[in-house]
Design a protein around this ligand. Structure first.
Ligand code: GDP
Ligand code: IMO
Ligand code: MG
Length: 443
């Protein structure tokens, strides 16, 4: 039995889904633990190109149980569309499970998100849904399955929401009866997938199953540890897997951090190693017009790009206690004469050289300028490489440089979007925890 948590080490879009898909073959359960339809996870394999928002990437394997966990937030019409699209692509949804505890993104959450956004959000209602969860005014999956429960909650919640929508934001109000019927209808359609996921996970652990916990977003978008306030509203960090799935820390054997070989960010907020979007290096990193161009999977927005930031990455290694990391998109750097890495910051006011950040808040990062170190580019092809020996010496040197800077071993190098385009340096499914046992006190 091995349980691995996969989480992003940067600002999301690190290639988490590609790595989850790669490792899913060896897992029996795949669990999404936080976030909602703000995520956009791409998997490319022989069966086609798939874009997931809420459903764990493991669903492409028909024999896996894929759980949308208690810590997620679900926009039902969006999830139903995702289910429909997968059916059209001949993917079986037999293994899909939805936690009855997950919170529902109601239509006013999306409207409020768009009306009040100050961070360049995805507009998917994530912040307002988590806000209502914390205010103890949320609606959960289980409420959509019982008319009396949904009606009672709406009677309590909706008048206040309508007042806020109308008086503060000048937005249209919602009619209780219409919302109630529409969401009961969603409940009916989702019911076949709703289950007691806590019990399922407990039983899975008891019977020694391999489990993958799949994070969305990334460490620097974490509401506590990210570049606050330019963050999402959940905990993408590895520790979030415990809260979001309903297991304790002893249930996790291995924490795998996913990093792109450079940096990207969608939305607003500090980005110390950013390259101006018109700079030729930015254009090259973004690879406009190619299949791998850096445009958001969810919103289609152009991703901001920059060099690998080892200071923030070291910080991410610490707050996630990464056991190992995967470096993705190394092939994107194939054509560069010189590649830069941000190895430290200089504090603009004190001139202090900072190698380890106490936190990553936006106000601190705005006072820092990056110190870049140049490394020689390998100027040859790494795309689709499957063996370390196939990587040019300078590419290996770059990887060693990252591993040394972060003080963590590299477990996987990704050289292309497909499952096969991967170099496995260390099997991660071997860090086993013993299955649960009983004590025998009476004997
Ligand atoms: P996620 O949100 O972390 O799952 O990442 P996204 O799916 O949003 O973005 C990652 C993008 O990079 C997707 O288009 C992947 O198909 C692609 N990708 C992942 N790994 C590699 C790689 O090693 N090389 C290349 N060229 N593309 C990759
Ligand atoms: P995956 O799982 C990249 C960003 C948004 C915005 C901020 C807050 O594909 O890596 P939100 O809608 O969550 O309130 O937006 O977070 N953001 C992401 N950026 N990848 C994601 O998910 C993201 N999910 C949210 O652009 O800056
Ligand atoms: Mg993404």
């Amino acid at each position: 039995m091995v349980s691995i948590v996969i989480s992003g080490g940067q600002w999301g879009d690190e290639g988490k889904a590609k790595i989850t898909d790669l490792l899913s073959e060896q897992a029996e359960y795949i669990v999404r633990y936080q976030g909602g339809a703000n995520a956009g996870h791409t998997v490319s394999c022989q069966a086609g190109l798939f874009k997931f928002h809420l459903i764990p990437s493991g669903i492409l394997f028909s024999d896996k149980i894929c759980i949308i966990g208690p810590g997620t937030v679900i926009e039902p019409s969006f999830l139903l569309k995702e289910i429909e699209n997968l059916k059209k692509q001949n993917i079986s949804l037999k293994g899909l499970r939805i936690s009855q505890l997950a919170h529902i993104t109601m239509p006013w959450h999306s409207a409020l998100d768009k009306a009040t956004d100050t961070v360049g959000s995805t507009g998917r209602g994530i912040g307002p849904t988590y806000t209502d969860k914390a205010k103890r005014a949320g609606i959960q999956v289980k409420d959509l399955l019982q008319e009396s429960s949904l009606r009672a909650k709406l009677e309590k919640i909706l008048p206040k929401q309508n007042q806020t929508l109308r008086q503060i934001h000048g937005l249209p109000e919602y009619k209780l009866e219409e919302v109630c019927q529409e969401y009961l209808n969603f409940g009916q359609q989702l019911q076949p997938f709703v289950s007691d996921t806590l019990n399922e996970l407990f039983e899975a652990r008891k019977s020694g199953k391999n489990i993958l916990y799949e994070g969305a977003q990334g460490t620097l978008l974490d509401i506590t540890f990210g570049t606050y306030p330019f963050v999402t509203s959940s905990n993408p960090v590895a520790g979030g897997a415990c809260i979001g799935a309903g297991v304790g820390p002893t249930a996790i054997d291995y924490s795998l951090g996913i990093f792109k070989a450079f940096s990207t960010r969608v939305g607003d907020g500090p980005f110390p190693s950013e390259i101006h979007f018109e700079d030729e290096n930015a254009v090259k990193l973004r690879q406009d017009g190619t299949q791998w161009a850096e445009f958001g999977t969810t919103t289609g927005r152009m991703r901001r790009v920059g060099w690998f930031d080892a200071v923030l990455a070291r910080y991410a290694v610490r707050v996630n206690s990464f056991s190992g990391i995967a470096i993705t998109k190394i092939d994107t750097l194939d054509a560069f004469d010189e590649i830069y890495v941000c190895v430290a910051y200089r504090h603009k006011l004190t001139n202090e050289i900072i190698q380890n950040l106490p936190h990553a808040s936006a106000d601190l990062l705005s006072q820092c300028e990056p110190i870049l170190q140049s490394l020689e580019g390998w100027k040859s092809n790494t795309h689709k490489a499957t063996n370390l020996k196939d990587l040019p010496p300078l590419a290996r040197k770059y990887l060693d440089f990252l591993s040394n800077s972060l003080e963590v071993p590299i477990s996987i190098v990704s050289t292309g979007p497909d499952r096969e385009h991967s170099i496995i340096l260390k099997e991660v499914f071997c860090y086993s925890n013993p299955p649960l046992k009983r004590s025998r006190i009476c004997e």
